[in-house]
Design a protein around this ligand. Structure first.
Ligand code: ADP
Ligand code: MG
Length: 628
C-alpha cells in the first residue's frame, strides 16, 4: 500500500489532483460547521451583488442568495451524488460482469446481450428517458446516471474475469473443492478489484458531469436546493449581464473534474504492475552521460577500446555500480571473450558501448569508449545512431525477443539494410537472401518469407546473426548468443562466427559464462566479477594457468569429459550486491586465501605473466604441469 502511494506521489499531476480533491472533500464535509449564510434564503433587495460587494464574499445570485454558501452546499451535494452513483454503478456493473465472465456460456450470452442493448442507446438519451419516466429529482437523476454507467463497468469487468476464470489457479481451487462463491471471493475478486478501482477513478468525474448536466436541464436537484449543475442552469439567463454567477459554479466543476481525472490517471498507472518498474518513463535514445573525472585518452591502436568505463543504475536513492571501471580492447579479426557469473555486469558493459543502457535508471559516470579513436560516450546521438548496427552490431541472447512477431524475417532484414544504405527494394532483398545463405539457412529464397514463429530457436538465432551482419560491421558484440540453444546448434553457430571473423576480419566481443565456448572461439579472455575485470589474458594462459582465485574456482566448477573422477566444487556464497561494494577485493568474502590486506585498499589490475593481468595480491601459482 505504501508502495502505491509512493508511485502516486511520483506523478506530480496526480499528486496535485489528490491534494485538490482532499481539499474539496474536506471543505464539503466541513460545510455544515462553517459560519455560512442560509443558501436558500431569498433577499431580492440584494440581487446580483458582485464578489466582495456587500456582505457576501462571492456576491449573490438572481434571487439575492449568498453564492459562497450555495457553492459549498452545492459542491457537497454534487460530490455526494457523483460518488454514490459511481459506487452503485461499480457494484452492480462489477457483479454483472463477474457473473457473466465467470459462468460464461449461456449466462454470459444472455447478460451481455442485455448490456449490449443498453449500450446501443446514446447514454444521455437513456438518462433523459429514465428521468422522464421516474420524474425529475436528484434521487432519480442519481438512479439514471448509475444505470447508464452500469454497462461500462459490466463490459470491462467481464473481459477481465473471462481471462481469470480460465487460469490454472482457478482450476486448482475448483479441484480442491471450493464452491463457486468462494472461488469468486478468494480467487477472482482480488484480481478484479484493481480494474474496478481504475474504472471508478476514471469515471467519477464523468458521473459528476452527467449529474450536473441533468440538473442543468432542470431534471436533477429541484429549487431551492443547489447543486453545481442547477446553479449553472439558473445563472444561464444572466450569463452576459452577471457572468460571475455562472463562472463560480462552472469553475468549481472544472476544478473537481480536472482533479479527479488527474488523480484517476495516477491511480491507474500506480495500480498497473507492468508500469511499476518504471516503464512509464520512456528511456532516452542513448544512455545518459555524467562524467566528472577527467576522460581517459585512447592509448593504443585498437579498433574498439573501453577505458575505465563506469556505468551505474540510480534507483530510488541507491546506486548500483554495475560496471565499475572496465578496460577492454579488440583489434580487427580478434575475438575477445568476456566471462563471468550472471549479474557480474557483462551485459551492461556491452550495452554501454553504443549507449544502449536504458536511462533512466542507467548513467555512464566515467571513462570512455573509443571506436577508431572517436569517443562514443560523449558522442552526439546522431553519431551513435549512424554507427549502431552499421559499424558495431549486436547479437542478443533471445532472438524471439529481438525479432518482430508480425513481420517476416525478410522485411526485418531488408529494413536493417535500408536504414543505413539507401538501396532499392529488390537489391536489398537480394542482399537479405545472401545474408541468410551466409548464416547457412537452407532454402533461403523461401525462408525469407517466414515469420519468426515459423522458425526454430537455432534458425531464429541465425537470423539474428544475419541481421547483425547486414551492414558488414567492423565489430560484433554477441551477448550470450548461444545460451538458449542446444549444443549442436551452438557448435554450428560458433563455427559460423569463427569463419566470419577469418573471412571478413570482424572483431568479436563474445559474452558467455561457458568456458567451452571461450576455448573454442576466443583469442583473449577477460573474467568479470562484480562489475570489474579480475583477470585478463590469452585464452591458453587463462585456461591453463588461471591466476585469480575466482577464475580458478570458476574453472573448478566445469565438468571435464574423460577427466576421471573429480569433485566439482561450487563456489560458496553469492556475488556481492553491486549497490554495497566495499573497498578492496569484491571476491574476498568467498575466497579461501583472503588476508586482511585484501580488504584494506583497492587492488589494481596488474601484469603478472606476459599478456596476463590479474586483480589479486595473492595470485594462484602457475601449475608446473600445465606450463610444461
Ligand atoms: P550479466 O553479467 O549477467 O549480463 P548484467 O550486466 O545484466 O549482468 O547486470 C549487472 C548488474 O547490474 C546486476 O547486478 C544487475 O542487478 C544490475 N542491473 C542491471 N539492470 C539494472 C537496472 N535496470 N536497475 C538496477 N540494477 C540493474
Ligand atoms: Mg547478461
Amino acid at each position: 500500500m505504501s508502495g502505491f502511494f509512493k508511485l502516486l506521489a511520483r506523478n506530480r499531476l496526480a499528486l496535485g489532483g489528490l491534494i485538490v480533491m482532499v481539499a474539496v472533500v474536506l471543505l464539503s464535509l466541513l460545510t455544515p460547521l462553517l459560519p455560512l449564510a442560509n443558501p436558500d434564503v431569498i433577499d431580492t433587495a440584494n440581487r446580483f451583488k458582485l464578489p466582495l460587494e456587500g456582505t457576501a464574499l462571492l456576491g449573490t445570485d438572481h434571487l439575492g442568495r449568498d453564492l459562497l454558501s450555495r457553492l459549498l452546499w452545492g459542491t457537497r451535494l454534487s460530490l455526494a451524488v457523483g460518488f454514490v452513483a459511481a459506487a452503485v454503478a461499480a457494484t452492480l456493473g462489477a457483479t454483472i460482469g463477474i457473473v457473466a465472465g465467470f459462468y460464461g456460456g449461456k449466462t454470459d450470452n444472455i447478460i451481455m446481450r442485455g448490456v449490449d442493448m443498453l449500450m446501443a442507446f446514446p447514454y444521455i438519451l437513456l438518462a433523459l428517458a429514465i428521468v422522464a419516466a421516474l420524474g425529475p429529482g436528484l434521487m432519480n437523476a442519481l438512479i439514471a446516471v448509475s444505470a447508464v454507467n452500469i454497462p461500462f463497468f459490466a463490459r470491462n469487468i467481464r473481459g477481465v474475469t473471462v481471462g481469470i476464470a480460465h487460469k490454472e489457479f482457478v482450476d486448482a481451487a475448483r479441484l480442491s473443492g471450493m464452491g463457486d462463491l468462494r472461488i469468486i471471493a478468494t480467487e477472482v475478486l482480488p484480481n478484479v478489484i484493481p480494474v474496478i478501482v481504475i474504472a471508478i477513478s476514471t469515471t467519477v468525474g464523468w458521473m459528476i458531469l452527467e449529474t450536473a448536466g441533468l440538473s442543468f436541464l432542470g431534471l436533477g436537484s429541484q429549487p431551492p436546493q443547489a447543486d453545481l449543475g442547477s446553479m449553472l442552469g439558473e445563472a444561464r439567463s444572466a450569463l452576459i449581464t452577471n457572468p460571475n454567477t455562472s463562472i463560480i459554479p462552472g469553475a468549481m466543476i472544472l476544478i473537481i473534474v480536472m482533479a479527479i481525472n488527474l488523480l484517476g490517471d495516477g491511480v491507474r498507472d500506480a495500480l498497473d504492475p507492468r508500469l511499476k518498474s518504471g516503464a512509464l518513463s520512456r528511456p532516452m535514445p542513448a544512455t545518459r552521460v555524467d562524467r566528472k573525472a577527467p576522460i581517459p585518452t585512447a592509448s593504443d591502436d585498437a579498433l574498439l577500446a573501453l577505458r575505465d568505463l563506469h556505468t551505474q543504475f540510480h534507483v530510488k536513492g541507491r546506486v548500483y555500480k554495475a560496471v565499475g571501471g572496465v578496460d577492454l580492447s579488440v583489434r580487427p579479426g580478434e575475438c575477445l571473450g568476456i566471462i563471468g557469473e550472471s549479474g557480474s555486469g557483462k551485459s551492461v558493459t556491452a550495452l554501454s558501448v553504443m549507449g544502449l543502457v536504458a536511462s533512466p535508471p542507467g548513467v555512464i559516470t566515467g571513462g570512455a569508449v573509443y571506436y577508431q579513436g572517436q569517443d562514443l560516450v560523449g558522442a552526439p546521438y546522431e553519431t551513435l545512431r549512424r554507427l549502431r548496427g552499421d559499424s558495431v552490431a549486436y547479437i542478443f541472447q533471445d532472438p524471439q525477443a529481438t525479432l518482430h512477431p508480425l513481420y517476416t524475417i525478410g522485411d526485418q532484414l531488408i529494413e536493417a539494410v535500408r536504414v543505413h544504405h539507401p538501396k532499392g527494394k529488390a537489391e536489398a532483398r537480394a542482399h537479405a537472401i545472401d545474408l541468410l545463405k551466409s548464416v547457412r539457412i537452407p532454402n533461403a529464397e523461401d525462408r525469407i518469407n517466414s515469420y519468426p514463429h515459423e522458425l526454430s530457436g537455432g534458425m531464429r538465432q541465425r537470423v539474428g546473426i544475419a541481421m547483425a551482419l547486414a551492414n558488414d560491421p567492423e565489430v560484433i558484440i554477441a551477448d550470450e548468443p548461444t545460451t538458449a540453444l542446444d549444443v549442436t546448434v551452438q557448435a554450428q553457430i560458433l563455427s559460423l562466427l569463427d569463419d566470419l571473423r577469418r573471412e571478413r576480419g570482424l572483431a568479436i566481443i563474445f559474452i558467455t559464462h561457458d568456458f567451452g565456448v571461450v576455448a573454442q572461439l576466443c583469442d583473449r579472455v577477460a573474467v568479470m566479477y562484480a562489475g570489474r575485470i579480475v583477470e585478463e589474458g590469452p585464452t591458453e594462459a587463462i585456461l591453463n594457468t588461471a591466476a585469480h582465485p575466482y577464475t580458478a574456482r570458476l574453472m573448478a566448477c566445469v565438468p571435464e569429459l574423460g577427466g576421471g573422477r573429480r569433485r566439482l566444487a561450487a563456489i560458496p556464497g553469492l556475488p556481492p550486491g553491486v549497490d554495497q561494494l566495499g573497498i578492496g577485493c569484491a571476491f574476498a568474502d568467498r575466497c579461501d586465501k583472503v588476508q586482511p590486506a585484501c580488504r584494506a585498499a583497492d587492488i589494481p589490475l596488474a601484469p603478472l605473466r606476459p599478456g596476463q593481468k590479474v586483480r589479486c595480491i595473492h595470485p594462484e601459482p602457475a601449475r608446473p604441469e600445465a606450463v610444461a
